[in-house]
Design a protein around this ligand. Sequence first.
Ligand code: AVI
Length: 320
Amino acid sequence: PDEPDIMTDNAISAGADPAFHADVLAGFQSRPRAIPARWFYDLRGSELFERITDLPEYYPTRVERSILGDKASEIGTAVGTSRAVVEFGSGSSAKTPLLLEAIDPAAYVPIDISGEFLRESAEALSADFPGLPVYPVEADFTHPVPLPVAIAEMPKLGFFPGSTIGNFIPPSAVDFLRAMKETLGTGAMLLIGMDRVKSADMLVPAYDDAAGVTGAFNLNLLERINRELAGDIPIDAFRHRAIWNDMLARIEMHIEAVRDVRFSVAGQDFAMERGETVHTENSHKYGPRDARILLRAGGWTVTHEWTDAANQFALILAEA
Ligand code: AVI
């Protein structure tokens, strides 16, 4: 056989994030095993997530967009004009135009950890809203972020759509809401999307779709580990699971071993028995009162709520 190439075979890729390395090894060692959901979003994972948002079973994106469209004038009246909109984790800014049209803001500040994605979507948005000052900020929005001086005197509206708040366990969600309040300052408002508690018959398919896109999104984490951390995980030894945890009011995603399996990651050996899982994501759902209490704990008072006719999803306006 050919001699292995020590430069390419079984090497941790040069660009691998040390925090990813640490989280993955700790995640396989801990019991229960768990790896934070933030590591889903490499390029392939971000593409798969975009496809999830178009799935027939995945209602949150569609319903939130319909609320923003249907209630635009009420939202506009409640928020008022001339605020600077600060969007947390703006990503592709897909829902932003609907909001900007509704409220006629003085400036737009998208904050995202991925600089490249951020600049591209900021440029696209500037082209659609000529005359609107856009100040992209590359930062980890889970901590207080210094905002551009150009918007220092403007009243702020924080925008956090998509029910991403649900991906934090409640104590972290409260810390994060407080960080947003610190970022935005006194007199700020926050428009936040929160997915509602509903029947497991509807929730589970939204996270375990018939076409298998969510399964591919979940298992891409193992592929990313193999790619970036010199892993040899046999992907076919695992399957995607989505479980409604009623006690904690959340959908959990797990990666389950379908047979006994041994593998190594970054030179460390691991074994899992058939049926054992790695917990990869939580997506908490909030009833109307739960949502208000969570926001209060994070320093925000709810002033308005807009939902769809079937009450599946809520857009909530709060003030600091
Ligand atoms: C990004 N976040 C709000 C999604 C959710 O619904 O929790 C992530 C997701 N995971 C599986 N499908 C979508």
